[in-house]
Structure formats: structure tokens, C-alpha cells
Design a binder for this molecule. Structure first.
Ligand code: 3PG
Length: 211
């Protein structure tokens, strides 16, 4: 099937910001997800960049109200591992045609990354209407997405990479932006020091962006 839009829409529309999580500490998984959900950010992208990432997805998937997805998905094996761990969406930094084709065999939707009009058009032709712009700030940021809106009106983006509280509104005010992704709401130091109240406060501020 093409990208499962019915499953992806509520995830990407749940809040203005999707936290991008790089975590290896399983003990921090549940309290971190809890803090983010309580702060108003229910959609969580757990990147497959650490040895314990899949175990962390499993743990977070048990938190009430959380939509837990995998990130940095690069191949079919990681698609299968993500689904097995309980991910309800998947995110990739790129959109190679093999990955787009592989993901079509599963109900769990993939949000592929693009950085040019040509890549966006290829993904659209393959049945993908929600795309991640990556790395957003480095490839042209809000100006690039503003330029995509008229020629590619059927596509909606989640820009990620270099997005911050300072520039998030530039993206969120565009008609073709559904949400942004970012790691600023999950600072490593706060996780290490178990300052989950601080993370909840950051999430609460992020959840108000654009409102
Ligand atoms: C990533 O790949 O880590 C994400 O794009 C997050 O980027 P950021 O740290 O700039 O928010």
C-alpha cells in the first residue's frame, strides 16, 4: 500500500513538535516518555542510533497517550525491528526508492526524508504525501518549504534538523508544514540528571508553539 496516511495524520497532527530522541539508557525511557506526553508532546521519534533503541521503543510504547515511532530507519531489517518493537510510525533521513518500496508492505507508515523538489516528487510518485524535510535548516529551511508550497501543493512536511524554539514558528506558520521535529526538548544533560520536570516544562513550551 502507499503511505498509511490515516495512521500518520493523527501522529503528526497531535502537537507542533515531535521530539527526536537519541537514548541508550532504558531506565530513562518510561519517565522521559511520560514527561513529554504530560507536557503535551505525545508523538515521539526514537532514533535507531543506540544499542538499546529498540528496547526503549518497547518501553515507551507502554506509556499511555504516547505515539512511539522509530527514527533513522535505513533498511527493511530496521522496518521489521521497529514494528516488532511496537513502533506505530517510522522516520528516515532519506527516501531511497528501495526503502520506499520496502515500507509499502507494512501498515505502519514511514515518513521519509527529502531535501530537494526532485526527491519530493519521486516520493510523491511512490505514494508518499507526508515527508520530512531533512536536514531542514541546512538545505534552505522555511524559505525552501515556502517555495515548495505552490508547485507541490499535495505534499505536507515535517522539517527536522536545526529546528529550534527560535525558528520553529517560521516553519509552523507555513500551510505545507504539519509539525516540526527537534531534539531541543530532550537535552542529554537533563536526562542524565533525571530532571524530567525540566523536560516536561520544555515540552509544555514547545506544545504551545504556533497556538
Ligand atoms: C536528528 O537527526 O538528530 C534530527 O534531525 C534532530 O536534529 P536537531 O538535533 O537539529 O533537532
Amino acid at each position: 500500500m502507499a503511505q498509511n496516511v490515516a495512521q500518520l495524520t493523527p501522529v503528526l497532527s497531535a502537537a507542533p513538535v515531535v521530539p527526536v530522541i537519541v537514548l541508550d539508557d532504558i531506565d530513562a525511557a518510561a519517565p522521559l516518555a511520560d514527561a513529554l506526553v504530560k507536557g503535551g508532546l505525545p508523538a515521539l521519534e526514537v532514533t535507531l542510533r543506540t544499542p538499546n533503541a529498540l528496547a526503549i521503543i518497547k518501553e515507551m510504547a507502554g506509556i499511555e497517550g504516547a505515539f512511539v515511532g522509530s527514527g533513522t530507519v535505513r533498511n527493511k531489517k530496521q522496518i521489521e525491528q521497529s514494528i516488532e518493537a511496537g513502533a506505530t510510525f517510522m522516520v528516515s533521513p532519506g527516501a531511497p526508492s528501495t526503502l520506499l518500496a520496502d515500507a509499502e508492505a507494512y501498515d505502519v507508515p514511514l515518513l521519509p526524508g527529502v531535501s530537494t523538489a526532485t526527491e519530493a516528487m519521486a516520493a510523491a510518485d511512490a505514494g508518499y504525501s507526508y515527508l520530512k524535510l531533512f536536514p531542514a535548516e541546512a538545505v534552505g529551511g522555511a524559505k525552501l518549504l515556502k517555495s515548495f508550497a505552490s508547485p507541490l501543493p499535495d505534499l505536507k512536511f515535517c522539517p527536522t534538523g536545526g529546528v529550534s524554539p527560535e525558528n520553529a514558528l517560521n516553519y509552523l506558520s507555513l500551510p505545507n508544514v504539519v509539525c516540526v521535529g527537534g531534539s531541543w526538548v530532550v537535552p542529554n544533560e537533563a536526562i542524565k540528571n533525571r530532571e524530567f520536570d525540566k523536560i516536561e516544562a520544555l515540552a509544555r513550551e514547545a506544545a504551545q508553539l504556533g497556538k
